[in-house]
Design a protein around this ligand. Structure first.
Ligand code: DWN
Ligand code: SAH
Length: 417
């Protein structure tokens, strides 16, 4: 293993600018997680980058070291459609209810959603206010949202867009974004844009995978090109405070394997900081999120996890079992490539997203097929590559289990369910 902490590997932090980022995890060269391939593309070279994570000792931000240009990830075609999960649909219904009943305060002021995708949340917000604007740079998913009658701007959220939205529609009473903040490389600019767009009493709400859950569950497959940052409340609050913003409430939520919902506002706002924030920051200190040793220990557990997963799959293969992958998730791209799992081990990966079907997994070239194919001839084992949806998938696939099929999951350790 290369020495991840040799002086030559000290890296400049994207957030605080100090040369105090220590590399702690090297997952190797990796294709773009959502760059599924057509059969014609299989013989062409794939774009890859070095997937390494670092921890900044100065501002505590955990971050990717090499960042892929967002224009390559979120442009004409984006593979992920948020409305694909029933559980996520219910989750966003609950979020919209909280927003409608507790947060909105002036119907003349707009609500802006960043990363609106196919409109799953925005549509629910329109039940509480007609004044909603979605920001979604990926043209194909934005088009789906527009077909629902939603107002969606197909651009990246940045300072220029914030200024023009504010000039045209007035300051925002709410800016909300789920699983998008951690996707934005220049978070200092993002915070400045947020501050410029928010009304004096306006609120922002962001949900992102929570670093403490990633560590506890060993969910290292959350680390991929789109996720530039892995937030804890401490690091995020420090970032916001540099830009005239602050977090006043946090909620720990179960989605995507454990996420953090942060509520924030401009520093000048009257929202008092609630005990949930100070309590969580104290907990993060107790759990060692300020110490490099914690991250180095994680990296060792990741290596052991890879070994236990590949051993399990090799044993099943040696026994002649039929094993397939279930759900062509972004996380799956990381696991398959990092663990060297290809079509020699998985017959196919089934997925319910029509636009992924008929394509092949990035880097590992496993065919992606519709769920019907799974149901038509059940294998012995289904390795769940969207382990965060295991309950939803298991409840849909009761017939698979009833006839003796078993699920394999690798979070937190490889096991048969
Ligand atoms: O942050 C992100 C999250 C919100 O979504 C993005 N960067 C990209 C994406 O991550 P992901 O691809 O890992 O998402 P999921 O939600 O863990 O995986 C969804 C995949 O699983 C889809 O391809 C659909 C598939 N799926 C399925 O085939 N049957 C999902 C469910 C629930 C199912 O029942
Ligand atoms: N909010 C949805 C989608 C998350 S996937 C959900 O939680 O399911 C991330 C989305 O953010 C993608 O649709 C992507 O196109 C969008 N995105 C990425 N960078 C962005 C930016 N700078 N501004 C606005 N949206 C962005």
């Amino acid at each position: 293993m290369n020495d991840l902490n040799s002086p030559q590997t000290a890296v400049i932090c994207r957030i605080c600018g100090e040369s105090t980022v220590h590399l702690f995890l090297d997952l190797g060269r990796m294709p773009i997680a959502n760059a599924f391939l057509s059969s014609e593309q299989l013989s062409q070279p794939e774009y890859t980058f070095w997937l390494k994570a670092g921890f900044c000792e100065s501002c505590l931000m955990v971050q990717l070291v090499e960042v892929v240009d967002p224009n390559m990830l979120f442009h004409e075609h984006y593979a992920y459609f948020s409305s694909i999960s029933r559980v996520m649909d219910e989750h966003f219904t609950q979020l919209a209810t909280i927003i409608g009943e507790e947060i909105l305060y002036d119907e003349r002021l707009p609500v802006v959603e960043i990363g609106a995708n196919d409109g799953i949340l925005l549509q629910k917000l329109t039940e509480y206010t007609p004044n909603t604007i979605g920001i979604e740079p990926s043209a194909n998913v934005a088009a789906v949202a527009r077909e629902k009658g939603l107002h969606v701007v197909s651009e990246f959220f940045n300072m220029d867009l914030a200024a023009s939205l504010c000039a045209e529609h007035g300051p925002a009473q709410l800016v909300v974004g789920a699983n998008v903040l951690c996707h934005i490389p220049d978070l200092n600019s993002l915070a400045r844009a947020l501050e410029a767009l928010l009304d004096a009493e306006g609120v922002f709400i962001f949900e992102d995978p929570y670093l403490l859950d990633i560590m506890t569950q060993l969910a290292y497959d959350q680390i991929y090109d789109e996720h530039v940052y892995y937030f804890c409340v401490t690091s995020l609050n420090r970032l916001f405070e540099k830009h005239g913003l602050r977090i006043f409430r946090i909620e720990h939520i179960p989605v995507h394997g454990g996420s953090m919902r942060v509520y924030g506002c401009r520093s000048v706002s009257s929202h008092p900081v609630e005990p949930s924030v100070t309590g969580q920051i104290a907990l993060e200190g107790e759990r060692g999120l300020e110490s490099l040793e914690t991250y180095l220990a994680l990296a060792e557990r990741v290596q052991r996890s890879r070994i236990s997963l590949t051993e399990l799959l090799q044993e099943l293969q040696a026994d002649g079992a039929r094993v397939v992958g279930y759900a062509a998730s972004s996380k799956g791209t990381v696991i398959l490539n990092y663990c060297g799992i290809g079509s020699q081990m998985l017959e196919y990966v089934c997925d319910n997203t029509p636009s992924k079907q008929g394509l092949f997994t990035p880097g590992t070239h496993i065919p992606i097929v519709p769920i019907d194919q799974f149901a038509a001839d059940y294998p012995d084992y289904a390795f769940v590559l969207a382990w965060n949806h295991l309950n939803e998938i298991a409840s849909k696939e009761q017939a698979f289990r009833a006839q003796g099929g078993k699920f394999i999951t690798h979070i937190p350790t490889a096991r048969i369910e």
